[in-house]
Design a protein around this ligand. Structure first.
Ligand code: PRX
Length: 708
């Protein structure tokens, strides 16, 4: 939408990315005084240390948080842009940094507290000394039993159990590149990622608890291997951790010679010691797959030295981790948040990190606050979706429990100011700082946030660029949209930083195309200033530099903070034989931010009965339950341009009850009314009519599908 009354006139004098968004500027909340007094970043001199003229040397402050086997000779090598290399010449081991050095200084200190979902089960406290033992023994299995070594890729498909960080750190000890696939993803999604990464070993678990049920997880391993093989990748070994020692929680048979119980293998490697392998700073530490505009997932490749430095530094200053804190991030380790801010950042700093197995509201909405009280959690980290859900099901639950947070984080989606205020007042009891952290799988760590002891909070805005991060908002033509202009555009980061991914695994051209092509000023240039990083988010910057993220500008739907690619959803629907065409659209949802609706048309002569369920099921099989559409609409014909492109913004508008805009140029404008009647009358009958959309939401819908 525009700030002009006459939308068509406005479109002629401003480009699409510049279109203004209305909202009220929120008031500042000052950092709580008690918090500021103890903050790691409590002295404003830090801003001088990270000033632009100190780039890139400023980031050595982060690298110095780690123990290096060999110090780097070059902080930033820009010779092959945009494949930046950080701390070149340096050597280190991530597992040594996250485990050994803390075990050496205090072996008894708790590294991980694991909270099983069932409340009757005891919490498990794992000391740094114990973690070291487990990591060594499992590393011995990987090296001696599986024959794996530096540079090999291994796919992990594990739930939220301490065996997951043990597995990751054992890989890191040997320089093996781990690729953890979110446990809720389907077997097929896992198989695609096995094939893309070229893994010959899959590490999984038999089962885990979710919402009170013991889920059979190993069944997905068989599906994953079939899918990987279909895509040309053979897997030799499947290592299966067991949720309950000595008992097998899956109905699926263990394939002889291929599937092995980890506890049995570990028994043969008791007490084993594996020297950490000293890795070059730029050696890949892990791959994390994410979605983009096209169907093939992108394996964001993160480095050992740059990544670990960046997550350690941002954990110190933005999460304000001190050695004695008990820190709980409720995200899943299967996403980047869990890698950076459950495992690598907190453990690199020697903090105590809490891992919770299950869903936040099991068995009731008081669970998170009971856990916080029982464990003395003082730093809490979660997503707006969880906050919205907990607010809905238990708005007054937090006050029943005696816990005290000093700081609280949100991540993954924009947070509405009302929800922010509930988080601040009820969950934080008015005494905790909130850090709203904007970043991405690709970026390794935070890009936009307030420094909790030094910068005031503003509900709904993540804050300014993080230390050493210089954001800019460009319009479609590459002109800067100035802060305070009230106009939105494409947010970019002008400079490289150590946490940025190195490339997309196996797709270097796509890496350049997706993130750098748009605003690159000179392809030959080795000056980083010519290569702004294009984040793919629409954003607006206020006069004070604070950034408000509006959402994706590519065809990605952010469901509960999880990125789902339109193309992945559509190709999943098209695996159903009877479906001729499919289109995925986002629908605004009060809890999960966005949810997916599918529109499909059938091949000639196909009866519609049962097709909705078939499409839903196909999406569950290809991607996972999180992607299950709210509705599947079977339509006779999709609205299309004359060149045959499906107009996703038109059907998205119908699903969201907003204005479909100009449809006169479509090849078949008459179908729009038909679809509207069909969809909206059913929704009204089901009580699904959404609330009035904000201007920014209307804008998102009006642009939806443009990235194709
Ligand atoms: O659109 C932005 C949104 O989530 C996208 C990144 O998703 P993913 O790679 O899955 O990583 C999620 C965890 C870092 C971004 O492009 N996003 C992330 N954090 C925020 C956000 N939107 C608004 N505010 C945030 N704090």
């Amino acid at each position: 939408m525009t700030d002009h009354d006459d939308a068509s006139a406005a479109q002629t004098d401003v480009s699409e990315a510049q279109i203004a968004v209305h909202w009220r500027e929120e008031d500042y909340y000052q950092p709580p005084a008690g918090f500021a007094a103890q903050a790691n970043a409590g002295d404003p001199a830090i801003f001088g240390r990270f000033a632009e003229d100190k780039f890139p040397g400023c980031f050595t402050e982060y690298a110095d948080l780690l123990t290096w086997d060999e110090r780097w000779s070059t902080v930033l090598d820009t010779s092959t842009p945009p494949f930046w290399k950080w701390f070149v010449g340096g050597k280190l081991n991530a597992s040594y940094n996250c485990v050994d050095r803390h075990a050496q200084s205090d072996a008894e200190k708790t590294a991980i507290i694991w909270v099983p979902e069932l409340e009757s089960d005891e919490h498990e406290h794992i000391s740094y000394g114990e973690l070291l033992r487990r990591v060594n023994e499992f590393a011995a299995v990987l090296r001696d039993y599986c024959g794996l070594g530096a540079g090999d890729r291994v796919t992990l498909h594990m739930p939220m159990v301490p065996d997951l960080p043990v597995t990751m750190l054992a890989c890191a000890r040997l320089g093996i590149i781990h690729s953890q696939v979110f446990g809720g993803f389907s077997g097929n999604a896992c198989g695609t990622r096995i094939a893309d990464s070229g893994s010959r070993v899959l590490i999984t678990m038999d089962g885990y608890y979710r919402a009170g049920d013991l889920i059979d997880h190993k069944v997905k391993a068989d599906e994953a291997l079939d899918e990987a093989l279909r895509q040309g990748q053979e897997v030799d070994k499947v290592l299966v951790w067991r949720r309950h020692a000595g008992q097998y929680a899956s109905q699926t048979p263990m394939a002889p010679g291929r599937d092995f119980f980890v506890d049995e293998l570990l028994a043969e490697h008791q007490g084993a010691k594996v020297e950490p392998v000293s890795m070059p700073a730029e050696a890949p530490l892990f791959l994390m797959y994410t979605s983009g505009t096209t169907g093939r997932p992108k394996g964001a490749q993160h480095s050992t030295g740059g990544y670990l430095s960046y997550v350690a530094g941002t954990s110190k200053y933005y999460q304000d981790l001190h050695p004695d804190d008990v820190y709980w991030c409720m995200a899943d380790i299967g996403w980047i948040t869990g890698h950076s801010y459950i495992v690598y950042g907190p453990l690199a700093l020697g903090t105590t990190t809490v891992i919770y197995e299950g869903v936040p509201n099991y068995p009731d909405a008081g669970r998170p606050w009971r856990v916080a009280e029982q464990l003395g959690v003082n730093i809490f980290h979660t997503s707006p979706t969880s906050i919205r859900m907990l607010r809905k099901v238990g708005p007054e639950e937090p006050r029943k429990y005696n816990y005290h947070f000093k700081t609280m984080t949100t991540v993954g989606e924009p947070i509405e100011p009302e929800v922010w205020r509930w988080y601040y007042t009820e969950v934080g009891k008015g005494e905790a700082a909130i850090t709203d952290t904007w970043w991405q799988t690709e970026t390794g760590g935070f890009l936009g946030s307030t420094l909790p002891g030094l910068q005031p909070m503003k509900p709904g805005s993540c804050g300014p660029g993080a230390l050493g991060i210089y954001p800019v908002i460009y319009d479609e033509d590459g002109e800067v949209v100035p802060p305070g202009s009230g106009r939105a555009g494409n947010i970019c980061i002008r400079n490289p930083w150590p946490g940025i991914m190195e490339t997309i695994w196996g797709q270097p051209e796509r890496f350049i195309d997706v993130y750098y092509r748009k605003y690159n000023r000179d392809q030959e240039s080795t000056d980083w200033r010519d290569w702004p990083y294009f984040a793919g988010d629409g954003a607006l910057q206020a006069a004070d530099g604070y950034i408000r993220i509006l959402g994706r500008v590519d065809d990605v739907i952010n469901v509960a903070g999880h990125r789902l690619g339109t193309k992945e959803l559509e190709s999943a629907a098209l695996t159903v034989d009877e479906i001729a065409e499919a289109a995925a659209v986002p629908v605004m949802d009060d809890i999960r931010g966005r949810i997916v609706e599918m529109y499909v048309s059938l091949k000639p002569g196909v009866a519609p009965q049962g097709m909705e369920a078939k499409v839903s099921r196909a999406i569950e099989v290809e991607i996972g339950k999180i992607a299950r559409p709210k509705n599947v609409w079977i339509v006779a014909d999709m609205p299309k341009t004359r060149s045959g492109k499906i107009m996703r913004r038109v059907i998205a508008s119908v699903s969201n009850f907003t204005d479909v805009g100009d449809v006169t140029t479509l090849a078949n404008p008459e179908v729009v009314d038909k679809i509207r009647r069909q969809v909206q009358s059913t929704k009204v009958a089901k009580g699904e009519q959404p609330r009035e959309l904000t201007e920014a939401e209307k804008e998102e819908i009006a642009k939806y599908g443009n990235a194709e």
